[in-house]
Design a protein around this ligand. Structure first.
Ligand SMILES: C[S@@+](CC[C@H](N)C(=O)[O-])C[C@H]1O[C@@H](n2cnc3c(N)ncnc32)[C@H](O)[C@@H]1O
Ligand code: SF4
Length: 311
C-alpha cells in the first residue's frame, strides 16, 4: 500500500517511563513526578504491541524507535527491540549512560539493532548540570565501545541556551565523525514537560538556533555524517516529519503526533485505517494526543548545503 508519502511508518515506542537521569530539559511531562510513580511496559502489552505491529507491517514499511523514559531502564529492552527489528529497522534511543554489563555485546550480536545516543553537551560540568547528575565519561566510553563493536550509530543533541552551545555543537559534529555515526540530529530545546520549568534559562530563539547550527556546520567538516536540524520549535520526535509516525506508550495507547497525523492524513483513508485499527486493538478509550509538538509547525530538513552557506 503506497500513500503520497510512500508506505513508511515510524513507530516510536515508549517502553518505560523510568529513566536513570533527570534531565532538566526533558520534554516528558511525567519526569516532573516522583520516580516511584513511573511505570514500564508489561510482557502482556509487549506481546500486544508485537501483534499490532505485525498487522501494521502488512500495510506499511515499518521503522521503530525504542525510547521512554530510557529504554535501558526496562529489563527486557534488548529482547523487545530485537523482536521489533524483525519487522523493520530499529533504533534504541538512549542517554547511553546506563547499559548493563553485557548489553552492548548483546546489542551487537543481534546484528540488527541500531543505537541513537542523545548527548546534550560534551562539557562534563554542563552535561552533569543539564542531565541532573549524569556522567559524561560513562556515555563516552559506551559510545566508543558501541562504535568498536560495529553497532550502527546515530547521535542527537538538544540545543539550549548556554555559553557553551556553539562550542558544543562543533564538538558534537567532530565526535559524530570520529565515532562513525551515520547521522547527527540537532533538536531545538522545546520548553515543555519537565523542560517547562527551565524555559527561561534554556530557551533560545529560532534565529539563534539556526545561526548556531549554520556556523557549526560551516566550521566543522560534515562530509562524513549526515547532519539534520529540527526548527520552529520542533525536535522532540526526531524522525517524525520525514515519515508518518505513531507513538505507543508504555501502557499500550497508540497516539498520533499531530504532524504525523497531518502527514498520514494526506491520504485520509490511511489515517482512518491506522486509527481504527489501533482503537479496536488496544482499547475503546479516547486518548488525548500526548504529542508535545502538537502545537508547533514542526519539520525536519537537512542542514543547508555548502552552496546555501555561501549565499
Ligand atoms: C525523551 S528522550 C527519551 C529517550 C532517551 N531517554 C534519551 O534521552 O534519548 C527522546 C529524545 O527527546 C530529546 N528531548 C528531550 N527533551 C527535549 C526537549 N525539551 N526539547 C527537544 N528535545 C528533547 C532527547 O534528547 C532525546 O533525543
Ligand atoms: S531526556 Fe531522556 S535521559 Fe533525559 S530525563 Fe528525559 S527520558 Fe531521561
Amino acid at each position: 500500500m503506497t500513500t503520497k508519502l510512500g508506505d513508511r511508518l515510524l513507530v516510536w515506542v515508549e517502553v518505560t517511563q523510568s529513566c536513570q537521569l533527570k534531565c532538566r530539559y526533558c520534554y516528558n511531562p511525567w519526569r516532573k513526578e516522583p520516580a516511584g510513580s513511573h511505570s514500564e511496559m508489561s510482557d502482556q502489552t509487549a506481546e500486544s504491541l508485537l501483534d499490532f505491529c505485525n498487522d501494521l507491517s502488512a500495510k506499511f514499511e515499518l521503522e521503530f524507535a525504542v525510547a521512554g523514559g530510557d529504554p535501558t531502564a526496562h529489563p527486557d529492552y534488548i529482547s523487545l527491540s530485537s523482536k521489533l527489528a524483525a519487522l523493520g529497522p530499529t533504533a534504541i534511543v538512549t542517554h547511553g549512560c546506563a547499559f548493563g554489563d553485557s548489553d552492548l555485546e548483546q546489542i551487537a550480536e543481534t546484528g540488527t539493532l541500531r543505537l541513537q545516543f542523545s548527548i546534550p553537551s560534551l562539557n562534563a560540568e554542563q552535561f552533569k548540570f543539564v542531565t541532573g547528575g549524569g556522567r559524561l565519561d560513562s556515555l563516552l566510553s559506551n559510545l566508543a565501545k558501541a562504535s568498536s563493536l560495529g553497532i550502527p550509530l546515530s547521535m542527537s543533541a538538544v540545543v539550549s541556551q548556554s555559553k557553551k552551545a556553539q562550542e558544543d555543537a562543533e564538538a558534537l559534529i567532530r565526535l559524530a565523525n570520529m565515532a562513525g555515526a551515520e547521522r547527527l540530529i540537532f533538536n531545538k530545546f522545546l520548553p515543555t514537560g519537565r523542560g517547562s520549568l527551565y524555559e527561561e534559562k534554556f530557551s533560545l530563539s529560532d534565529t539563534s538556533f539556526k545561526d548556531l547550527i549554520r556556523t557549526a556546520t560551516r566550521n566543522v567538516d560534515c562530509s562524513q555524517v549526515e547532519v539534520f536540524v529540527s526548527e520552529e520549535h520542533a525536535g522532540v520526535r526526531q524522525l517524525k516529519i520525514q515519515q508518518p509516525k505513531i507513538t505507543i506508550t508504555f501502557d499500550g495507547q497508540v497516539r498520533s503526533c499531530s504532524m504525523a497525523t497531518a502527514q498520514i492524513g494526506t491520504t485520509r483513508s490511511e489515517a482512518r485505517l491506522v486509527m481504527k485499527r489501533y482503537e479496536q486493538f488496544w482499547s475503546s478509550e479516547e486518548t488525548d494526543d500526548g504529542c508535545l509538538c502538537s502545537k508547533t509547525s514542526a519539520y525536519i530538513k537537512n542542514v543547508p548545503t555548502a552552496d546555501t552557506h555561501a549565499a
